[in-house]
Design a protein around this ligand. Structure first.
Ligand code: UDP
Length: 360
């Protein structure tokens, strides 16, 4: 499939681009490189990278229609893309509380512009059944807020407690409306905590600044970070620190490739679920492992793997952090016969450690 990947130069996006290539798809990446890394796309994968915000409508329409200069001579030239994987977003919960407009403007406003382009009458008139270009949207467990029960299923109520979570929920709602009004097929994937790196360390997680727990704990162990701060040890959890459900980034990436099959009329998944026949345009899934790991447990595992001590202090809670988030991904497992490859946290941390020490 010819796939447009927004934010494909970022952490989850780049692992998904690799999974798409392995599966025989033809991805194009649009990324503004605020968080992404160009080299991964142009030097490692050698596929088209268009550096832009997704809100640049004129440019995006050129890309969607295969008219952009960088697409000349490729399989995309003069052809409309067949699906969009939409990763591009800011994703720091704490920052979103301090600077909500940054999140609403980038995550919501830019997404609206992208949706306008893929649902435009000109595009729809060229497609079967006057449909819009289908989209897989990267949503988040942050849309659930503080859940009333764990594990969290897709039916749990969504009451986000941060602008980041709210921005993701807003886009979900817009996509649901477009399912009806613009014949937009979609898969909304609500990720829990992505972790790890490619097993061969070809690509991995590189955020500047780094705020995510696992890379920070590893960096502290190997001396790249002086001290870790634990954001609160007075939560109502067994050891007082927050519990999260970590999912290996490669499994997350593979799940996106599976999700694309929902857009193919006679695919195994569509014959099984009858989504085409029943005109169910919006399909929502959680992606996690169903296992909770606390901040202190992560520290202990990193100490065992690296054979180094992690220096830490405990500070106030970080605003917007729910104590416990554990996924039920039963629906995705059942529908797609999904078998994640790396379900244990030690393996995720080991891959992240290998990646972090690759160039030292
Ligand atoms: N965390 C922490 N110290 C840090 C970074 C994160 O104690 O320097 C905690 C954070 O409060 C949360 C968990 O680790 O409970 C995972 O945070 P992360 O930012 O990795 O992912 P999030 O759950 O926010 O998506």
């Amino acid at each position: 499939m010819r796939v447009l990947v927004t934010g494909g130069a970022g952490y989850i996006g780049s692992h998904t681009v690799r999974a798409l290539i392995i599966a025989g798809h033809d991805p194009i990446v649009v990324d503004n490189l605020i968080c992404g890394h160009a080299d991964v796309i142009t030097k490692i994968f050698r596929i088209p990278l268009i550096v832009s915000n997704i809100g640049n409508k004129k440019l995006l329409e050129e890309v969607i229609n295969g008219k952009h200069d960088l697409l000349k001579g490729t399989v995309h030239e003069n052809k409309i893309i067949e699906a969009v994987l939409h990763f591009a977003a800011f994703a720091y919960v704490g920052e979103s509380i301090k600077n909500p407009i940054k999140y609403y403007s980038n995550n919501v406003q830019e997404s609206i512009s992208l949706l306008e382009s893929i649902c435009s009458p000109e595009i729809r008139s060229q497609r079967v059944n006057n449909s819009s270009i289908p989209i897989v949207f990267s949503s988040s467990c942050a849309t659930y807020g503080v859940p009333s029960r764990n594990p969290i299923s897709e039916e749990n109520s969504q009451k986000p407690i941060s602008p980041y979570g709210k921005s993701k929920l807003m886009v979900e709602e817009i996509i649901k409306d477009l399912a009806k009004s613009a014949n937009l097929k979609s898969v909304i994937l609500r990720y829990f905590n992505a972790a790890g790196a490619a097993e061969d360390s070809l690509i991995g997680e590189k955020h500047i600044p780094e705020t995510h727990l696992i890379p920070l704990v590893i960096n502290t162990a190997i001396g790249l970070n002086r001290e870790l701060t634990i954001f609160g040890d007075d939560f109502n959890t067994p050891d007082g620190t927050c519990i999260r459900d970590y999912i290996h980034v490669v499994d997350l990436a593979d799940a996106h490739v599976l999700a694309l099959d929902l857009f193919v009329e006679n695919s195994k998944i569509n014959n099984k679920l009858n989504t085409f026949k029943n005109k169910e345009n919006c399909n929502i899934y959680n992606l996690g492992n169903g296992k909770g790991v606390s901040v202190l447990e992560i520290i202990k595992i990193v100490e065992i793997i690296t054979k180094k001590k992690v220096t830490y202090k405990v500070s106030e809670r970080r605003e917007g952090d729910p104590p416990l988030l554990i996924a039920s991904a039963e629906k995705f497992i059942r529908d797609f016969e999904w078998k994640p490859k790396y379900t244990n946290i030690e393996e995720m941390i080991f891959h992240a450690y290998k990646w972090a020490t690759k160039s030292i």
